[in-house]
Design a protein around this ligand. Structure first.
Ligand code: PEP
Length: 266
């Protein structure tokens, strides 16, 4: 069976309540519903609840950008993933901005992955090397460390709930584009590590996304890379024309893939 592709929009700390609501309305007019694509929106935590009342759940799923791993308690200013139950279906974990600006470590990341799973919310584990690590030839090591570190508390029954987003830090919000070869190599490493940790079935089932300066003109390059199951989009997800166009491209790729499989069987 073909896996659904995921297209995720990370709005980061943009759009106030009113603007988010208008933007969601615009998106809902432009983004078509396709059975083979899940479109996931990650607005700021502050707007999540009201958007969850407005959103057509058939058209969009919601994701949190961040949360605290404890379920409740004296943690002033934090929002727990258990408070997000019923509002989001997914949650980003370990985005590079969380790691680099807010000092999140693999230990925090693995606690968050486990908290999301415990609360029936699918974690989207973000991993990727920065430019120094890339230049020193350490990319594979960093990706492996972050993956092993992030998945340390996940059992083999739960691994299929996790989505992995490979996001090279040097390509996030910079307009620098990873090559299809770069992405292919990293995704291969991620799958083979999942095979080692959780077995062959998990390795083929887990969805691995690419993110880093994806826009309407380069989306098909990444969607075409073997074994890439979707995209995590920052900047271009705030442009309804580009975002809906990327969803259409993902759907088109799925149709092509289906045709190819049918031809192979004939
Ligand atoms: C992101 O925020 O995860 C991201 C990939 O951002 P951008 O598309 O703007 O590079």
């Amino acid at each position: 069976m073909m896996k659904k592709k995921l297209v995720i929009g990370n709005w980061k700390m943009n759009l106030n309540m009113h603007e988010s609501s208008i933007f969601l309305h615009n998106l809902s007019e432009k983004v078509k519903v396709h059975r083979d694509i899940d479109v996931i929106l990650a607005p700021s935590t502050f707007t999540l609840q009201s958007l969850s009342l407005q959103v057509n759940h058939h058209q969009f799923k919601l994701a949190a950008q961040n949360f605290y791993w404890r379920d409740q308690g004296a943690f002033t200013g934090e929002v727990s993933v258990s408070q997000l139950r019923g509002i989001v279906q997914y949650a980003l974990v370990g985005h590079s901005e969380r790691r680099n600006i807010f000092g999140e470590t693999d230990k925090d990341v693995r606690a968050k992955v486990a908290a999301a799973i415990r609360n029936n919310i699918r974690p989207i584990l973000c991993i990727g090397e920065n430019s120094d690590e890339r230049n020193y030839g350490e990319a594979n090591l960093v990706i492996s460390d972050q993956l092993i570190g992030g998945l340390a508390n996940v059992s083999s029954e739960d691994i299929e709930k996790v989505v992995i987003a490979y996001e090279p830090v040097w390509a996030i919000g910079t307009g620098e584009h990873a090559s299809a070869e770069d992405v292919k190599r990293s995704v291969r490493i991620i799958r083979s590590l999942i095979r080692t940790l959780f077995g062959q079935e998990a390795a083929s089932d887990v969805r691995i996304l690419y993110g880093g300066s994806v826009n309407l003109s380069n989306a098909d390059v990444y969607l075409n890379v073997d074994n890439v199951d979707g995209l995590l989009i920052g900047g271009a997800s705030l442009d309804a024309y580009q975002f809906s166009g990327i969803v259409e491209k993902a759907h088109f790729m799925q149709l092509e893939e289906t045709k190819r499989r049918i031809d192979e069987r004939l």
